[in-house]
Design a protein around this ligand. Structure first.
Ligand code: S3P
Length: 426
């Protein structure tokens, strides 16, 4: 679907956005594993979350939805039923990778498949460490889906140091370790999002160089009520829009403020962005609050390496802010962008070139300079929601006759983006 955009002069008002994607996935998973009825309030309604819900339904879990509230009737330890068909994770890396850790601990064989994009993404990063926990698991010879979990071997606790900075891999291992009597220790040297350990209340030891997570069957989840704060990644598009448009002021309520997710806000503030956090609260170990944003003059700054895992999903929209900031934009140490829902380095570079910027592409990032020269561009989404949303924002800022092809990809994380955009446009 080709989505046209008109220039937005300014934005004003207050937005309430859908639930955080990472926390929604995990709430459904923890609730399905627990024994009894759990309630999830403000659960994201999107294609990715439907992939997770549908898989648990195939595994015998009753899940009902009433608007943005979900009831999950979990079956407790070893309560999942063998699926009769391959489990389809759709476009969702979080679903495929996290569920592989859960399935590795079950007493039945299973297969995970996905759509064309997910079928090209690396899965060995989760297969190899799961084998160290004793899992009988394999993927295709080129390291991609389908993932096959072969049989009912009992998992054994392990000490594992993560080789890729990935919350998805870390979480898969935590799920596997929940199926072992003994303690496992999972160590990360680069800080990735910590929702899984937060929501399970795991013991974590942290020093300057690493974080150690301790987990065993004693930490197995119990039925609970979850409140999912709004998604900071979804908010990031509106934050950048409000910063870039003159005379704008926007408030976004109940947004997740987990410290492992707010890197973009910290960076934008350093770039000169007027952003204020108000009314901070905590639920299920997760911080949230209101974000207030005022139009600002930005300047590009160096992006530190350590912050990359924290802003990994926001780099496309950060680069849109970078176009209008003083100085040249540069991002490096971000090779992981090449294995997301699309190759996000290639996707951003192609679209920026189409708008007339001078772009240099690297294996692990990109740089650009110059101004927008073309205001009649059909940007491409590359089938990737974050690319579609980022270039939807750019189109709304620059006006002209811009559009985004393949805009339907936004249904992965925020199907109501256009309505939300209209509601704040003046
Ligand atoms: C996610 C972790 C990140 C992120 C993805 C969601 C999660 O991926 O890019 O959108 O929910 O754990 P990696 O952990 O693979 O970097």
């Amino acid at each position: 679907m080709n989505q046209k955009f008109v220039k937005i002069k300014k934005v004003k008002g207050t937005l309430s956005l859908p639930g955080d994607k990472s926390i929604s996935h995990r709430s459904v998973m923890l609730a399905a594993l627990a024994e009894g009825k759990s309630k999830i309030i403000n659960c994201l309604e999107s294609d990715d979350i439907n992939s997770t819900i549908n898989i648990f339904r195939q595994l015998g879990i009753r899940i009902t939805r009433d608007r943005n509230e979900i009831i999950v009737h979990g079956k407790g330890f070893q309560g999942l039923l063998p699926p009769t068909q391959p489990l389809d994770a759709g476009n969702s890396g979080t679903t495929a990778r996290l569920i592989s850790g859960i399935l590795a601990g079950q007493k039945f064989p299973s297969t995970i498949v996905g759509d064309e994009s997910l079928s090209q993404r690396p899965m060995k990063r989760v297969i190899d460490p799961l084998k160290e926990f004793g899992a009988l698991i394999s993927c295709s010879p080129n390291g991609t889906l389908p993932i096959n979990i072969l049989s009912s071997r009992k998992l054994k606790a392990a000490n594992y140091k993560l080789r890729v900075a990935s919350a998805q891999v870390k979480s898969a291992l935590i799920f596997a370790a929940l199926h072992c009597e003994e303690n496992s220790v999972i160590t990360e040297t680069e800080i990735t999002r910590n929702h899984t350990e937060n929501m399970l209340g795991l013991k974590v030891e942290e020093n300057k160089n690493s974080r150690k997570i301790f987990v065993s069957k004693a930490d197995y989840p119990k039925a609970s009520e979850y409140f999912v704060p709004s998604d900071i990644s979804t908010a990031s598009y509106f934050i950048v829009l409000a910063l870039l448009l003159k005379d704008s002021f926007l408030k976004i309520e109940n947004v997740s403020l987990n410290p492992t997710r707010i890197g973009l806000i910290e960076l934008l503030k350093k770039m000169g962005g007027k952003i204020q956090v108000e009314n901070e609260q905590v639920s299920n170990g997760e911080k949230y609050g209101t974000i207030a944003i005022w139009s600002s003059e930005l300047k590009n700054i160096e992006v530190p390496k350590e912050i990359i895992p924290n802003i990994i999903d926001e780099i496309p929209i950060l680069s849109i802010a970078g176009i209008f900031a003083e100085g040249n934009f540069s991002i490096r140490n971000a090779g992981e962008l090449r294995v997301k829902e699309s190759d996000r380095i290639e996707a951003v570079c192609n679209n920026l070139k189409a708008a007339g910027l001078s772009v240099k592409e690297f294996k692990d990032g990109f740089e650009f300079s110059g101004d927008i020269k073309n205001r009649n561009v059909t940007f491409k989404s590359f089938g990737d929601h974050r690319i579609a949303l980022s270039f939807g924002i750019l189109s709304s800022v620059i006006g002209g006759k811009n559009s985004v092809d393949g805009f339907e990809a936004v249904s992965i994380s925020n199907p109501k983006f256009i309505e939300q955009l209209k509601s704040i446009s003046v």
